[in-house]
Every structure is written in C-alpha cells, then in structure tokens.
Write a protein that binds this ligand. Structure first.
Ligand code: GDP
Ligand code: MG
Length: 597
C-alpha cells in the first residue's frame, strides 16, 4: 500500500466515554468481521476486561475503507486503555500512530483523563480529531462540550464529528474525517529496516507474538532481524496483521502495523520500545524509544502453596512480556517464605495483575501491603531506595526520609467539591489551583503518593457518587516525618503486614488495621492479640476471643454427609490460610487490611 493510502490512528478518551464501542462500530462498518463473528466489544477480549468493562491492553486492527474519494485506504486502529494506571500503554500506542480520535461523551464533557490523554497525543505530535459521542442521549449537549474542548484543552472543536457509537449514527463521517484530516505516515521503503517494537505477548500456541510499526524498509518472512537494544538475532517465521483475526501477509512496509513471530523463547529479548532492524544491512541509529515505565507501587506476591513458587516465577515472566510496565524481583519473607517483590503503575494495575495470575495461570497468591518507593538518607550520607517497609533500616541510622509526591487533577461537579477538598486535606494535600469549567470544578492538588495508593480513588468516587474524575503525574520527592508501623500477632511481628505512614496518621492507621484484622481473622482455639507498634511502643491493640472446641459438635445426630461437608469446607479454607506461630491468617486479610475507609 502506498503511504498516501495509509492512516494510523489511536482512539483516546476518558474511561466509559465510548472508545471500545466506537472501535467496534468502525470494524463493523469496514466489514472486517461477519455478523456472526462480531461479538459485543470484540476488542476487549481479555476476560477481565469484559467483566470490568475496561480496556487494559492496547489493541490494534487493520481496516480497509473505500472512501468517498474513490480510493481504498488502509486504516490501522489502536484502541487504548483509559485508566490512569495504564498511561504507559497509551504512550506506546501513540508512538505508533500519526493521529488520534479524541472521544468525548457529549453528556458528560471533558474529564480528567480526557485532558491527560490529549496532552500525551499533542506531545506525540498527533493531529487530533474531536469526536462527540452519545449524542443519542437526551442529556447530550454537544455545543457546551465543544466550548469546553476549546476552553479547557485549547483545541478547535468547530468541526468535531457528532456521533452515537451505540446507534451507529455518524460513523461514516468519522471514517471520512480520518482519511481527510489525519496525515499519512512517512517512511522510506528502500532504507534499512527500522520497526518499532510496540508490544509483545506470549501466546500458548504461537509463542512470543510481537506487535510492530514499520518506519522504514520492510519486514518479511525468512528475514534475519536484529533487536537493536539487546542485540538478539532471530529469523522471522511469520508476518501478519490483525483484522482483528490474525491474517498472514507477505510483508510489512513503511507506515504499516502488524505482527511478527520469530521463534523467540526468551522473553527478555523483546523489550518494548526497541528498534527491530535487518541483521545483514542494519540501520545506523535506533528509533527514539519509549520513556521506561517507573513502577510507583510495590508489593510482595507469594504463592499460598509454597510448591507453586516455580510456577509463579514462570507466570511472572510471561506476564511481564505481556505487560512491560510490570516489574518483579525475587524476595524472601520470614512470614511468607519465597516470593517476589512486584512493581506496578498503581493499585488498579496491582489488582489486575493479581487477578490475571489467578485466572490465566491458576495461581493462588498472597499479596502483602502495597508500598510506594521511599528514599532513605542514612547518617553516613548514602541514599537508599526502599521498596519494602520490612527492609526499613534501624531508625538510628536514618538521617531523613523522602517520599514521592504527585500532582493530581480532579474534575468534580460543584455540589461534591466540599467533600473532595476535605478528602485531599485529610490526605495531607496542598492545593495548587482551583478553577471552574462550566458548573464543574477543576482542583489541582499536590499529594503524597502514599496517601493515594490505597483507597483514594474509591473514596473519591463514593464522595462524588461516581462523578469525579482523577488523573495524576509524579511530582518529585520531599522530606517527611515517616515511621514504620509493625503489626504483631500474639507478640510476633508479621513482616508482610508492616507499613510506613506519616507520624500524624500512624495511630489512626494502626488502630484501623487492628480492628480490620480482628474482623478478618477467624476465631481460633485460643485468644489472639493483635497489636500495632512503632519500634517497641504499642500504639493499638485488639483481642480475638477463643472459639468453642469442636465445630462438628453442633452437627449432632447421625448426619455424616453434613459433617463431612463441613470438614471439607474447613480443609478448603485451610489452603487459603497462612500459619503465623500458632495463628492462621486468611490471605484476604493481607490486602484488605490495608484498604481503609
Ligand atoms: P470505553 O471505556 O471508552 O472503552 O467505553 P465503552 O465503549 O466500553 O462504553 C462505555 C459505556 O457507554 C458502555 O455501556 C456503552 O454501551 C456506552 N456507550 C458507548 N457509546 C454510546 C453511545 O453512543 N450512546 C449511548 N447511549 N451509550 C454509549
Ligand atoms: Mg474500552
């Protein structure tokens, strides 16, 4: 395909504004799938994505569109995730395209991630076509939203395309706008091969599948290719595109997007953002890569059954291939044994990874309390990064501690603003800016990340009845009065439950955790003391009373099956428990204990 007939575009939007629905409509309109194949939301194909209704992995589809100018165009569509934790995926999709469709829900207007995504698209040099969706809704007010787009984002919105992705209204106009308003890709078919490694994942039948965007030259079957960052060399076994079905093609030329399979076994060979070139006539310079993603939340992941450690290691390696923003390293816990310290872009990311490990790999895991990355300045002038509260050095060796801060942008209807400001202040927030966009406030706050990772998002949503939207960016480190709080069960510290908090919050948090654990740990045959301590000073205490001796005793009479069922149920429960001294703690306690309200 000549470059002039190719358009590569991303769809960006705040969550729930209709990206995936629009993508489905575009696929449908281009006849890429038969009706039978056109299931709901074909792009959100991971099970978790369907259940939660969110897009996690960026997806790509090649469409063929006969335009009104009589020419047939190849449209490469990338669907992107909208949630704040997945901004990294968004930036990768954007680097592979020349333009974006900015979808805004015409009944909701501009939201926090509308803004965050559009700034990323502008930074990527994109041409942007605003699309106002859901105009079928009675509450839709496209004129008001156009003004918002111009005032808040500074983007001309006069010729925004008005659509309903639900009914299909305006889809033809979107396709025409793509062809007419987005620039074609640039590239040189005769130059040495340069292709951007956009994404890669592990497929149990095909092995490693690599998503590429060719900039110069070609990729074809049989070609010896080199990964410029790692130096690894492989032979291309198959080249293809997603329609969204996988379809093999002869080759991929400049401006094109597709996949390659090259018999790659080592997951470490495929680093996202790398440049793929021809081994015999390599390019002189690699393409500019992506900014490496920096995990901001860490937690330990341990197999419930210690025998699953190797399986966990393999699963993490596969997952990492599928999700470049996920990091991990081996770790040993006194309480939990062998496991991994894992780094995430946020708490939702953490939950999704945990769920994927459970579902896709059948692993039963215990997660320890999530922690941000602290900087410890020792009295000897060294700076150490602390990923795990359990590793906090002796306070006498610490000169001071710094914690990470974020700059948060919150959009909220006026009537909920008071509650949101109270929440930010409770979380040690510093107001940077407060302005109005119509009847909605835009509050900009600096907040310690530590105060945000656990439940800030949930609290914000409940305070605003779901109407507030939130986005954040890292905003440096600052010194802070932080202490480590240990949790003791019958006098023994449980390293996996240790956490770090600001001194002013320590007592409140310690008490809340003890109370939570009292609810979560089932009664056992003896009394259990749960304490929170800073060093040797106890700051909170709860006691769980002892249990009556035999649970089956109450099944008097001869009902054997009922008794057996009860025992089996107990056994099942046991697998999900961890033994601490004599005390058994259910795995749900570990994450739940740190989610406070
Ligand atoms: P995404 O998070 O941006 O991918 O949003 P989805 O495509 O998953 O859509 C979010 C919700 O909005 C779903 O319940 C859709 O059915 C609904 N939706 C999408 N487009 C429209 C539309 O044009 N009109 C109406 N009424 N609902 C829509
Ligand atoms: Mg979606």
């Amino acid at each position: 395909t000549p470059l002039s007939r190719i358009r590569n575009f991303a769809i960006i939007a705040h969550i729930d504004h209709g990206k995936s629905t629009l993508a489905d409509r575009l696929i449908e309109a281009c006849g890429a799938l038969s009706d039978r194949e056109m299931k709901d939301q074909v792009l959100d194909n991971m099970e978790i994505e369907r259940e939660r209704g969110i897009t996690i992995k960026a997806q790509t589809v090649r469409l063929t569109y006969p335009a009104r100018d009589g020419n047939t165009y190849v449209l490469n569509l990338m669907d992107t995730p909208g949630h704040v934790d997945f901004a990294y995926e968004v930036s990768r999709s954007l680097a592979a395209c020349e333009g974006s469709l900015l979808v805004v829900d015409a009944s909701q207007g501009v939201e926090a991630q509308t803004l965050a995504n559009v700034y990323q698209a502008i930074e990527a040099g994109h041409e942007i076509v605003p699309v106002l969706n859901k105009i079928d809704l009675p509450a839709a007010d496209p004129d008001r939203v156009k003004v918002q787009i111009e005032e808040v984002i500074g983007l001309p919105a006069d010729d925004a395309v008005l659509i309903s992705a639900k009914t299909g209204l305006g889809i033809g106009e979107v396709l025409e706008a793509l062809v007419a308003r987005l620039p074609p890709p640039k590239g040189d078919a005769e130059a040495p091969t340069k292709a951007l490694l956009v994404d890669s994942w592990y497929d149990s039948y095909l092995g490693v599948v690599i998503l590429v965007r060719v900039k110069d030259g070609r990729l074809r079957r049989g070609q010896r290719i080199r990964f410029m960052a790692t130096g690894a060399v492989h032979t291309v076994e198959a080249v293809g595109v997603f329609t969204p079905k996988m379809v093999t093609v002869d080759d991929l030329g400049p401006g094109e997007m597709g996949y390659i399979i090259a018999g790659i076994k080592t997951v470490a060979d495929c680093s996202v953002g790398d440049t793929i070139t021809d081994d015999r006539s390599p390019a002189a310079e690699p393409l500019p890569g992506f900014k490496p993603s920096v995990p901001v939340v860490w937690c330990g992941l341990y197999p419930t059954d210690a025998d699953d450690f190797e399986k966990l290691r393999e699963s993490l390696a596969k997952l990492r291939l599928n999700d470049a923003s996920f990091h991990y390293e081996p770790e040993i816990s006194a309480a939990l044994g062998f496991g991994f310290r894992c780094g995430f872009l946020g708490l939702l990311h953490l939950e999704i990874v945990q769920e994927r490990l459970a579902r896709e790999f059948g692993l039963d895991l215990i997660a320890t309390a999530p922690s941000v990355v602290y900087r410890i300045h020792t009295t000897r002038g060294e700076v150490k990064e602390l990923h795990n509260p359990a590793d906090m050095p002796d306070p006498s060796t610490i000169d001071h501690i710094e914690e990470p801060w974020i700059k948060a942008t919150i959009f909220v209807p006026d009537e909920y603003l008071g509650g949101v400001l109270t929440l930010c202040n409770e979380r040690r927030g510093q107001q940077v800016d407060l302005t109005y966009v119509g009847n909605r406030a835009m509050a900009v706050y600096r907040l310690p990340l530590n105060e945000v990772v656990f439940d800030f998002y949930d609290r914000l949503k409940s305070i605003s009845r779901g109407y507030a939207s939130f986005d954040y960016a890292m905003d440096g480190y600052a010194e802070s009065d932080l202490v480590k709080i240990s949790i003791l069960v019958n006098g023994d510290p449980v390293d996996a439950l240790a956490f770090i908090a600001h001194r002013s919050q320590a007592e409140k948090r310690g008490r809340a955790i003890c109370e939570k654990l009292k609810e979560l740990i089932p009664r056992q045959l003896f009394k259990i003391a749960i304490q929170a301590a800073i060093g040797s000073r106890i700051i909170a205490r709860e006691t769980i009373g002892a249990l009556a001796k035999d649970v089956t005793a109450k099944c008097y009479g001869g009902d054997i099956t009922r008794k057996r069922k009860l025992l089996e149920k107990q056994k099942e429960g046991k697998k999900r428990m961890r033994q601490f001294g004599k005390v058994e703690i259910p795995q749900t306690a570990f994450l739940a204990a740190l989610k406070m309200d």
